[in-house]
Design a protein. Structure first.
Lengths: 116, 109
């Protein structure tokens, strides 16, 4: 089966600019996750969707980050305005069922963001 | 929320030797513990997982042990090979997955 797709793979922007990332999960997967992975650290969950509803966004900096999952399939993550500390790899993952957290998560290749 | 600590941060082993990575977690409600391997520039991939009703699980050269009382779990890789060189992340899930900081494993030929 096709894996999780993400684009773009790399992005360089200046601080205060905006940026958007796109994710296409594995077909039929109900749960979609966005993680932020800062260099040298483990992934940190930003937001979790079950179908098109938000389950957890407690660690999403809502003053600058937003995400949506229209029609319960693709998802976009936006940062506006970006700060230097947003430089990281943004990983999208999906898992098959709506219960989510007790099963394998399949990760995309990530988008590497550099904020100058 | 859950806090996962992982040790060591780097590990260098001779090819053929064993590697052990240890993690501790804080939330006694956590009941799912996966391990992910991330090669340089690649996506994290699940290599093994264990649930709280099991104390040990093995898959070929990889094994994971869980001690719920002490709230720690470990990854064991036997007969290490150069392709085992990567960053390994442990994670624990109560209602969401929390990752450790990672262990960079280098297998010396």
């Amino acid at each position: 089966e096709a894996g999780v797709a993400q684009s773009p793979r790399y992005k360089i922007i200046e601080k205060r600019q905006s940026v958007a990332f796109w994710c296409n999960p594995i077909s039929g997967h109900a749960t979609l996750y966005w993680y932020q992975q800062i260099l040298g650290q483990g992934p940190k969950l930003l937001i979790q969707f079950q179908n098109n509803g938000v389950v957890d966004d407690s660690q999403l900096p809502k003053d600058r980050f937003s995400a949506e999952r229209l029609k319960g399939v693709d998802s976009t993550l936006k940062i506006q305005p970006a700060k230097l500390e947003d430089s990281a790899v943004y990983l999208c993952a999906s898992s098959p069922s709506a219960s989510g957290n007790q099963e394998t998560q399949y990760f995309g290749p990530g988008t590497r963001l550099l904020v100058l | 929320g859950e806090n996962v600590e992982q040790h060591p941060s780097t590990l260098s082993v001779q090819e053929g030797d064993s590697a052990v990575i240890k993690c501790t977690y804080s939330d006694s409600a956590s009941n799912y513990f996966p391990w992910y391997k991330q090669e340089l520039g690649k996506r994290p991939q699940l290599i093994i997982d264990i649930r709280s009703n099991v104390g040990e699980k093995k898959d070929q050269r990889i094994a994971v042990t869980l001690n719920k009382t002490a709230k720690h779990f470990s990854l064991h890789i036997t007969e290490t090979q150069p392709e085992d060189s990567a960053v390994y992340f442990c994670a624990a899930s109560d209602y969401k997955l929390s990752f450790g900081a990672g262990t960079t494993v280098t297998v010396r030929a």
